[in-house]
Ligand binder design. Structure first.
Ligand SMILES: Cc1ncc(C[n+]2csc(CCOP(=O)(O)OP(=O)(O)O)c2C)c(N)n1
Ligand SMILES: CC(=O)[C@@H](O)[C@H](O)COP(=O)(O)O
Ligand SMILES: [Mg+2]
Length: 588
């Protein structure tokens, strides 16, 4: 029983509550989030930090008429619970359940879909300008953005525009001094000075023509309500600077904010995380990257590492700890990360620029203009490539093969396993004269004994894993292990050959020529979008050479793919081992 939370079906129900009831609601809402996330998993710390802010916004503003955008959206659990999704909150991030991020087709209270950071100010400004043009000037427009996200270029572009409008936009800067990892950069230092009261004279936001208010204690609900009520009556663009603690209300989450950003399962009462099994497991691909780059950098002084705000997620943190001068966290700044790498490489360094596949989308022009056209040998390590599971639509890394292989000079590689990841990293720092993108997935690999001596890989070479008599399966990347499973279970395995192609660009044309001559059917398998992907590359090659062999493509169809376990999503996309096996059985 939750005395107050039980009464809330929509934000309108908040309006009749007394202040002491709102304070009790904050306690109950926090406890509810902890209870559910403890067993269902998800992003914990960010939502705990904005419980009071969430209540205050919905109490003061008239959503969904007033527009509210949560930047990134990983902090919107409280918002979801107060806007009619409490009974479904236990389905958060699960197949057919609610999304872990705001989604416009999930609720009218989600004014804008988010997931990638730093979009909220542009989007809310767009809505506010639309309201002006449509003469609905009474609408209020609110964007909540974190201290790490506001430091991104896109947010600054939006602030620059916002400051010369007279729109009714309120930007709420939720400053907890941390992103997933501790925030970095000069802006962080500036905000610290503002909080200390030493930078009041030259407030950066006032210089940009916003009415600045704060800093205010973001856990003081009465204060927040009073300030939001006041700002509602102030015309023009404004920024409220709110100070919060990530993980507020759960001791461990406050203390270890990085781990409790998304802690996995934990004990709701004690806050302790579930213990890991003692049996040895294959490593995570991210750790193979994180350990291997150190191994290489110890021997090659030109190697440097770059991450845009994901030191823990990419495991570059190990290099940052061991070689702090040679590993750079640049904040949420994918575009900058790419061009920074280009600059370093053009001056003799060998940058390993590690970006999640989904987030590198933001650096696309930089990859083309600053790296590939100039043929600068940057090594891109694209983590979380493929379907990522519970983070869902906004986070799947399924477009990179298609959008990278069309760029001149770019090599596109995906390892079958940890050993191949190490070998290509080794190869990439041995005098490669052009850029390379190495894509690997979220999660664990396949080998306990992965730390083998590294060997050079010939660019554009594939590996025949198994010969066959009728059908050749060409796989790209770790999904080749799924193919192995499918062939092992197939009715006529002797008929099926399997080729680990490794490179989507350049293709191993020598191997392809032989395959098209010797097999009746070719099957391509990839963990990326079918349109324009690896299979398309094979198809283009076959057409260019006049091969008439039947080609069947397995990959991600032309739909938005939601959230669920990776296995469930592979089933939905038709790329599970069972579905590949069924196809092979039907055609062999
Ligand atoms: C473009 C982009 N890059 C990276 C990420 C990964 N990411 C998700 S949350 C986050 C940190 C956000 O920090 P902040 O804005 O301070 O919000 P808080 O978590 O503190 O609430 C990062 C880097 C992302 N979502 N989008
Ligand atoms: C909110 C966000 O974008 C990140 O927290 C993302 O969920 C990280 O994904 P990983 O858990 O794969 O590092
Ligand atoms: Mg933050």
């Amino acid at each position: 029983m939750k005395k107050v939370l039980d009464k809330i079906n929509a934000p309108a129900d908040l309006k009749v509550l007394q202040l002491d009831e709102l304070v009790l609601l904050a306690k109950e809402l926090r406890a509810f989030i902890i209870d559910v996330v403890a067993t269902k998993e998800g992003h914990l710390g960010a939502s705990l930090g904005v419980v009071e802010l969430t209540i205050a916004i919905h109490y003061v503003f008239n959503t969904p008429t007033d527009k509210l955008i949560w930047d990134v959206g990983h902090q919107a659990y409280g918002h979801k619970i107060l806007t009619g999704r409490r009974s479904r909150f236990h389905t958060n991030r699960q197949l057919n359940g609610i999304s872990g991020f705001p989604k416009m087709d999930e609720s009218e209270y989600d004014a804008f879909g988010t997931g990638h950071s730093s979009t909220s100010i542009s989007a809310i400004l767009g809505m506010a300008l639309a309201s002006q043009l449509n003469k609905s000037d009474n609408t209020q427009h609110v964007a909540v953005i974190g201290d790490a996200s506001i430091a991104s270029g896109m947010a600054f572009e939006a602030l620059n525009h916002l400051g010369e409008t007279n729109t009714n936009v309120l930007v709420i800067l939720n400053d907890n001094t941390i992103g997933i990892d501790p925030s970095v950069g000069a802006l962080k230092k500036y905000l610290t000075n503002v909080k200390k009261g030493t930078a009041k004279e030259e407030n950066i936001f006032e210089c940009l023509n916003l009415t600045y208010s704060g800093p205010v204690d973001g856990h003081n609900l009465p204060l927040l309500i009073t300030e939001l009520e006041r700002l509602k009556t102030v015309d023009g663009p404004k920024l409220l600077h709110v100070i919060t603690t990530k993980g507020k209300g759960l001791k461990q989450a406050e203390k270890d904010q990085v781990t409790y950003h998304a802690p996995g399962k934990f004990n709701a009462k004690t806050g302790e995380r579930e213990h890991k099994p003692l049996a040895p497991e294959p490593p995570k691909f991210q750790d193979v990257f994180g350990k291997t780059i150190i191994e290489l950098a110890e021997k090659n002084e030109q190697i440097v590492g770059i991450t845009p705000a994901m030191p823990t997620g990419s495991s570059l943190k190990y290099m940052m700890e061991k070689m702090p001068d040679r590993a750079f966290d640049v904040g949420i700044a994918e575009q900058h990360a790419v061009t920074l790498a280009a600059g370093m490489a053009s001056n003799g360094l060998i940058p390993f620029c590690n970006i999640y596949s989904t987030f590198v989308q933001r650096g696309y022009d930089q990859i083309i203009h600053d790296v590939a056209i100039q043929n600068i040998p940057v090594v891109f390590c694209l983590d979380r490539a493929g379907l990522v599971g519970e983070d869902g639509t906004t986070h799947h890394g399924i477009y990179d093969i298609a959008f990278l292989r069309c760029i001149p000079n770019m090599i596109v590689f995906s390892p079958l396993d940890e050993v191949e990841l190490r070998n290509i990293m080794y190869t990439a720092q041995k005098g490669l004269k052009q850029p390379i993108a190495i894509r690997y997935p979220r999660g664990r690999g396949y080998k306990i004994d992965w730390q083998q001596p590294m060997e050079q890989i010939t660019i554009g070479s594939s590996v025949c894993l198994k010969q066959g008599s009728k059908t050749a399966v060409l796989s790209f990347g770790p999904i080749g292990n799924t193919v192995k499973q499918a062939i092992a279970a197939a009715n006529h395995p002797a008929k099926i050959g399997h080729f680990n192609m490794r490179f989507a660009k350049p293709l191993d044309t020598q191997a392809l020529d032989a395959i098209f001559k010797n097999y009746e059917q070719v099957v391509t398998v990839e963990d990326g979008c079918i349109i324009g992907g690896f299979g398309s590359a094979v198809l283009e090659y076959a057409n260019s050479k006049g091969f008439k062999t039947k080609i069947k493509q397995f990959g991600v169809p032309d739909n938005t793919i939601g959230h669920g376990t990776i296995k469930e999503l592979h089933d939905i996309c038709g790329i599970s081992w069972e579905q590949i096996k069924n196809y092979l059985d039907q055609t062999n």
